[in-house]
Design a protein around this ligand. Structure first.
Ligand SMILES: [Zn+2]
Length: 366
């Protein structure tokens, strides 16, 4: 039996926890999960095994997470409404067949909504490895949202050789609008929610999709908070090295970094602002986060893809960070995290960069 003294100490610690929580982190957390394959036999980097997927879903059920539709989550963010803390939305990209054969039965049993982002051309071609339209319709009739991943799964921000701005704009508009139309023809749904192929975007892509009335998800990590950009909402991808139960628990329990503003610069002195997330190889672009909670800046750690912990500096309420080494072509993310004051829960913010070669050309990797 616990002594009275021990009990009092526990109560006191509990109260401190509650107070810290109330002061430090008013923002509630919504987390969007991103999966591709749920299979033992598909490429590891984009797969979780059926056992692991079941483990993830069991964890959500056992820890009282509320699984909501992606549309409910987007609407809450758009209308400034708050959702319960520990709200989750589940998404799958590319409509691979294992979503139907492995994930759907589990989710249906729990009566949990989920979203499938579809690139329509492989489905129209009955390509093997992908779900069929009939299967998508069946999932749609059982609570799934069928959303837009464009027709062709191109890197949207890349222009083709000799393609002018107007031609590029018309092509991307077609790839988005036609996919939405095909989804509506086959399933009756049109939610106007896009997941960018490869999670890649630049300002022009964001502006174009906004003008067409779409909100959009990337695949930079982090929970959705009140300051999240509706044209580049974050998700936590699982697959490959990411998704053991410890990693999963950390991510689903994250809270949005309490941010006032985010600025990008070419230099640590913040003299040269960057208008774009696209940078040539060789640079070490700077991320500056102004926090709504001053003391937090000192507690933040930042990491860059492939570089581990990176240089940070605090100036007032602003945390300034950049990669240690010159960036190489491809997608690079700076992830910044800090203890939220609530046990096991971290504030999390991620900034994506798209790095071209030194001459500004896209390097053709996936
Ligand atoms: Zn995809």
């Amino acid at each position: 039996m616990q002594s009275v003294k021990q009990t009092l100490v526990l109560v006191a610690v509990g109260l401190i926890g509650v107070c810290l929580d109330g002061v430090a982190s008013p923002a509630r957390a919504s987390v969007v999960l991103q999966y591709h394959h749920v299979s033992d036999t598909t490429p590891a980097a984009t797969s979780v095994t059926p056992d692991r997927f079941r483990e993830h879903m069991d964890y959500l059920a056992e820890h009282d997470f509320e699984v909501v539709s992606l549309e409910a989550l987007v609407e809450a963010r758009r209308d400034g409404k708050s959702l319960p803390d520990r709200t989750i939305a589940i998404t799958f990209d590319d409509a691979y067949s294992s979503v139907y054969t492995e994930a759907f039965p589990l989710l249906k049993k729990r009566d949990w909504p989920f979203t499938v982002f579809v690139n329509t051309v492989p489905l129209d071609q009955n390509k093997s490895g992908f779900a069929s339209w009939a299967q998508l319709k069946e999932m749609a009739n059982n609570g799934a949202i069928i959303a837009n991943h464009t027709t062709h799964h191109n890197h949207l921000q890349r222009r083709r050789d000799g393609e002018g701005e107007k031609a590029w704009r018309q092509r991307i508009e077609r790839e988005v609008v036609e996919a939405e139309a095909r989804i509506e023809e086959e399933t009756g749904q049109s939610h106007k929610i896009v997941a960018y192929p490869y999670g890649e975007y630049n300002n022009e892509v964001k502006t174009l999709l906004k003008s067409l009335g779409f909100v959009a998800f990337g695949q930079q990590s982090g929970p959705v908070g009140e300051h999240s950009d509706l044209q580049a909402l974050p998700r936590f991808p699982f697959g490959g090295a990411y998704g053991d139960l410890e990693d999963f628990a950390t991510k689903v329990n994250t809270r949005p970094m309490p941010i006032d503003s985010v600025s990008l610069y070419a230099d640590m002195g913040r003299q040269s602002p960057l208008k774009e997330v696209v940078v040539p190889a060789g640079q070490r672009p700077v991320l500056a986060i102004t926090l709504s909670e001053k003391a937090l800046a000192e507690r933040i750690n930042c990491f860059a893809s492939g570089q581990g912990a990176i240089e940070t500096r605090v100036e007032g309420e602003t945390l300034i960070t950049r990669a240690n080494d010159a960036l190489r072509p491809g997608r690079v993310r700076y992830n910044c995290t800090a203890s939220s004051g609530e046990r096991g829960r971290f504030y999390w913010f991620s900034q994506q960069w798209l790095v071209t070669d030194q001459e500004g050309r896209w390097v053709h990797e996936q």
